[in-house]
Design a protein around this ligand. Structure first.
Ligand SMILES: CC(C)(COP(=O)(O)OP(=O)(O)OC[C@H]1O[C@@H](n2cnc3c(N)ncnc32)[C@H](O)[C@@H]1OP(=O)(O)O)[C@@H](O)C(=O)NCCC(=O)NCCS
Length: 265
């Protein structure tokens, strides 16, 4: 049973802001990076705007957090400040928080590209599962305010030296237009493949039922009805020439089946 509640933060969660900030700061220190410093007031503002997701235990204690920021006049959004309480890590909470904040972000900013920069393998895994792809920094927002947030990072000199082209972090992006295109293409492929498969089934049924009919069973409805032809028992084949024909047709059917199988794989 799930011991945690993951939800869009509400008024009642404002009291957790101080603790959330403290954990963010401590984890940045532990990782040896420096992150854009968030004040409790900023966290509270995000909560009140309905742009934050919080995880709490049964007693209402802090378990995890993440919030939405928008950049470049809403063209880009980021799910920032992901943090899970050290006592609750590696049990899928970050994954669930990110799923929830992703859903919230898509509903609030359906046209926006969602991005993030991270050195965390856990975050890279979670983002990939949500449909993000690694991209060069040139694909991310050019909003100066976003990049200013990196100034407290120990690696900031790398970012400035490369004119913001690259750094230690990996840039990841979810582009809704691209995702929609991919989904359309996969549906199209499924439709095309389904039609090929249906045609193949009809052809197979028609060949088999012709044999059945020729061998005296008399059910000559054109041979295309799969259900009926399934019901007709295979008659005993007496003439050797019929057997040869069956072997030839079977070989053809097997070859076509192999071809169809390779299309579906
Ligand atoms: C990064 C962090 C949010 C992950 O939280 P979590 O709840 O432990 O993550 P989950 O349990 O949901 O794990 C998600 C995936 O990452 C993997 N993972 C978790 N911690 C990991 C680690 N330290 N190293 C490598 N992989 C890790 C999990 O195995 C899981 O992979 P799977 O989908 O293949 O099973 C948490 O460690 C944390 O708060 N760290 C400090 C703050 C931070 O680094 N934030 C990210 C800033 S970009």
């Amino acid at each position: 049973m799930n011991q945690y509640t993951i939800q869009t933060a509400k008024y009642e969660h404002l009291a957790l802001a101080e603790e959330i900030c403290r954990h963010m700061e401590e984890s940045a220190k532990a990782r040896g990076t420096g992150i854009a410093k968030r004040s409790p007031d900023y966290i509270k503002k995000k909560m009140l705007e309905g742009k934050a997701v919080v995880a709490t235990d049964k007693q209402g204690n802090f378990v995890g957090f993440c919030y939405i920021e928008s950049w470049g006049h809403g063209k880009f959004v980021a799910n920032s400040g992901l943090i899970v309480h050290p006592d609750h890590r590696k049990s899928g909470i970050a994954k669930d928080i990110k799923k929830e904040i992703f859903k919230l972000t898509r509903s609030k900013y359906p046209e926006s590209k969602i991005f993030g920069i991270t050195t965390s393998l856990a975050v890279m895994k979670i983002n990939s599962a949500l449909g993000y792809e690694p991209v060069p920094f040139s694909e991310l927002t050019d909003d100066d305010d976003f990049w200013k947030g990196c100034s407290s990072c120990v690696n900031y000199d790398v970012l400035t030296r490369t004119n913001r082209k690259m750094c230690i972090c990996t840039g990841m992006l979810y582009d809704p237009a691209e995702a929609e295109k991919k989904e359309r293409e996969s549906k199209w492929n499924f439709n095309v493949k389904t039609k090929v498969y249906e045609r193949w089934l009809r052809l197979k049924e028609s060949v088999l039922s012709k044999f059945r009919n020729k061998n005296g069973n008399g059910n000559s409805n054109g041979g295309g009805n799969a259900e009926e032809s399934k019901l007709v028992p295979m008659p005993e084949i007496k003439k050797p020439v019929e057997r040869e024909k069956i072997l030839v047709y079977s070989a053809i059917i097997a070859a076509i089946a192999a071809l169809i199988k390779s299309i579906f794989e």
